[in-house]
Design a protein around this ligand. Structure first.
Ligand SMILES: Cc1cc2nc3c(=O)[nH]c(=O)nc-3n(C[C@H](O)[C@H](O)[C@H](O)COP(=O)(O)OP(=O)(O)OC[C@H]3O[C@@H](n4cnc5c(N)ncnc54)[C@H](O)[C@@H]3O)c2cc1C
Length: 402
């Protein structure tokens, strides 16, 4: 057992931290207020290799392993605690890897170099108006085979990056039914381009957090797609979705660790200089105890998150774990991380007193941002509990469908 970082990992963390603290952190409020990530930041991220770095070099990525991608997620969360930019990062890092693993070479060549260059957006669309947790029960979108490809119909909702894809081009990896008679073995992923697509109409919803990245939906009406837009094998989409969710949940855990630690540090700096009853707040045990709890929670979550990342690398590198084993740790991280980050930032807001309720400090952006993860993005809390309970107790007892 070895808990240290390699030279490469330390160097990568230093590099991303320096970049993120210098270029991104000062723009966090701007991102939240203007509701978008500035183009020059996206360009700078592309130059740093921070857009879908998990994509192989052949398609413009860095072929980065999950642990290094997780380190970057933590540093981006630390710098941009509204979490909009970290979300853009993690969606493309997680689903870019799935795209790279399973899409056809000609489609990868068309899409991925643009994604890694910041000239296209790669999103994920599984959720529908009828629900996101129960993919099997709620998915109505479908694709039917035609002579020269597929015809897609149906609506996706609460999808990140709609406005970004409309602006930049790209695709949303979209999960649809291809075998209406099958259970979870009847789904497939298609690469659906939204921009300038006459068969697609889009909507936007107004979120109350992570304002810099949009959420919305799209409706596909008799959308024809060539065979090359089918990602991987037909009817294997559910499995690819689970793989992407596992990767995304690991990266989410890391963004929460970064945001929580940044918030806690701001709080510690503040209590050392704020005087009440003749002494700095930092001298009161009433502050020490919650600070110690939050500090420990951050480290607990970090350990779970990096264990999951390491397991993912062991899975991809050596086949040393099964996917469901990695999924268990990713779910544990995703269960703890958003709650831990929310509680940490909320606690720090208390220390800041009235200042904590103003926009002078970014704490409120962080509270709004991390809440998206506990409400549902990449799977709600009860879904994490279901995954964990299934491993502990067994699917024959825990399946919600029995
Ligand atoms: C900001 C944001 C961005 C998002 N981006 C994307 C995206 O890019 N792509 C995408 O596909 N989706 C996206 N989503 C949607 C997200 O995946 C869903 O919110 C999530 O899967 C939950 O689905 P739902 O919202 O329909 O809730 P529901 O499935 O209706 O569930 C409602 C609540 O009930 C709980 N629940 C469900 N079943 C059970 C059960 N059996 N037992 C106990 N509790 C249960 C859930 O955990 C949840 O708390 C995003 C969501 C948010 C908030």
């Amino acid at each position: 057992m070895h808990f240290g970082w390699t030279e490469e990992q330390q160097m990568w963390r230093r590099t991303v931290r320096e970049f993120a603290q210098k270029k991104i952190a000062p723009r966090s409020r701007e991102i939240d207020t203007t509701g978008h990530i500035p183009a020059d930041l996206i360009k700078a991220m592309a130059e740093m290799g921070l857009l879908a770095p998990t994509v192989s070099e052949e398609y413009g990525g860095m072929g980065m392993d999950v642990t290094l991608a997780t380190i970057a997620a933590e540093e981006l969360g630390r710098a941009e605690i509204s979490l909009a930019l970290p979300v853009m990062y993690l969606v493309q890092a997680a689903w870019g890897k799935v795209f790279d693993l399973y899409a056809r070479p000609e489609l990868k060549q068309e899409i991925l170099p643009k994604v890694t260059a910041g000239k296209a957006f790669l999103g994920i669309a599984t959720t529908e108006p009828g629900g996101g947790s129960d993919i099997e029960g709620a998915t109505r979108c479908k694709a039917e085979k035609t002579a020269d490809g597929w015809l897609l119909n149906g609506e996706k909702m609460y999808i990140s990056g709609i406005r970004e894809e409309l602006a930049m081009g790209g695709v949303h990896m979209t999960l649809v039914r291809t075998d209406p008679t099958a259970d979870h073995r009847g789904f497939s992923f298609f690469a659906v381009p939204l921009k300038d697509n006459p068969h697609v109409t889009t909507t936007l919803v107004e979120d109350w957090g992570r304002q810099g990245i949009s959420t919305g939906g799209f409706n596909m009406e008799n959308l024809p797609l060539p065979d090359k837009h089918l990602i991987g094998e037909a009817n294997r989409g559910f499995y690819y979705a689970m793989e992407g969710f596992t990767l995304a949940r690991i990266l989410i855990g890391a963004t929460c660790v970064g945001a929580a630690e940044a918030g806690l540090q701001m709080g510690v700096d503040y209590i050392k200089q704020r005087v009440a009853f003749g002494k700095p707040l930092a001298t009161y045990q009433g502050i020490h105890f919650p600070a110690a709890e939050r500090f420990t929670d951050i480290e607990t979550t970090r350990l779970l998150t990096y264990k999951a990342a390491w397991m993912a690398d062991e899975l991809y590198g050596k086949g040393a774990f099964k996917h469901k084993e990695v999924a268990l740790y990713a779910a544990m991280s995703k269960l703890r991380a958003p709650i831990m980050a929310f509680e940490t930032l909320n606690e720090v807001a208390n220390w800041l007193g009235a200042m904590g309720y103003t926009k002078e400090y970014p704490i409120e952006m962080g509270i709004r941002g991390v809440r998206s993860y506990s409400i549902g993005a990449e799977g709600g809390m009860n879904i994490m509990r279901m995954i964990i309970a299934r491993e502990l107790i067994g699917g024959e007892y825990t399946s919600p469908r029995q």
